[in-house]
Design a protein around this ligand. Structure first.
Ligand code: ATP
Ligand code: MG
Length: 200
């Protein structure tokens, strides 16, 4: 780099640092957040489980409820199920695209949400993942008002991530962070088979 370019670079970084430092100084509130991961792209559940690893690294106690059960045991389940700081639930009877039994699916959703409410009232749990919860709302198995009410009333320091392609308005209204994972390209559409360690 020439001296002039070097100086310009240093000035640019100094300005950037000032802007970032000011933003950091303004963010002083300490409390838990509700994060929604939505959209049609790949990366919502992976993001939630990446954050689970992050929380556990800090010794936080965590619980996971997966509202959709596939036919296969997922890598995240196999990895986290025996972790002493994690309670990992895969919804009882297991809603899948194949059950097609509304009463059974609804009962399973209600039972899983009852478990979720237990965690949402327990300050010992610092981090919760409700994976694919949005499907239960989309198919009418759970009332969005009930779900939003329990989320809003949780302990102040508790962090929650909810994943799912679409999110009910009631959840978006109370969320702190909403990320949209866009579907720009997916290997599946090029005929690549779902593989362990990447898809599940
Ligand atoms: P992941 O668990 O990989 O982070 P996700 O939670 O964002 O994915 P879901 O809607 O839960 O996505 O879909 C679950 C499965 O479908 C994953 O195996 C994922 O790779 C796959 N998938 C996600 N998006 C797409 C897509 N746009 N086209 C095809 N398959 C997809
Ligand atoms: Mg997912």
């Amino acid at each position: 780099m020439s001296d002039a370019a070097d100086t310009k670079y240093r000035e640019r970084m100094a300005t950037k640092k000032q802007v970032v430092d000011e933003r950091i100084a303004r963010a002083t509130i300490e409390r838990g957040v509700l994060i929604l991961m939505k959209g049609n792209g790949k990366g919502k559940s992976s993001s939630a489980f990446g954050t689970l690893a992050r929380a556990l690294g800090h010794g936080h106690r965590a619980a996971v409820i997966q509202f959709i059960k596939g036919r296969k045991a997922t890598g995240e389940y196999l990895f986290f199920k025996d972790h002493p700081q994690v309670n990992f639930h895969v919804m009882g009877h297991g809603f899948t695209w194949e059950t097609q039994d509304a009463t059974k699916d609804r009962d399973a959703a209600l039972a899983a949400w009852a478990q979720a409410e237990v965690y949402l009232q327990d300050p010992n749990y610092h981090f919760l993942v409700f994976d694919e919860l949005s499907y239960m709302l989309k198919y009418g198995h759970l009332e969005p008002e009930r779900v939003a009410k329990a989320l809003a009333a949780r302990p102040a320091h508790q962090n929650v991530i909810v994943t799912g392609r679409t999110m009910a308005r009631e959840l978006q209204d109370i969320a702190d962070t909403i990320s949209i994972v866009n579907d720009e390209r997916h290997a599946f559409r090029q005929g690549v088979k779902a593989q362990p360690g990447i898809e599940y």
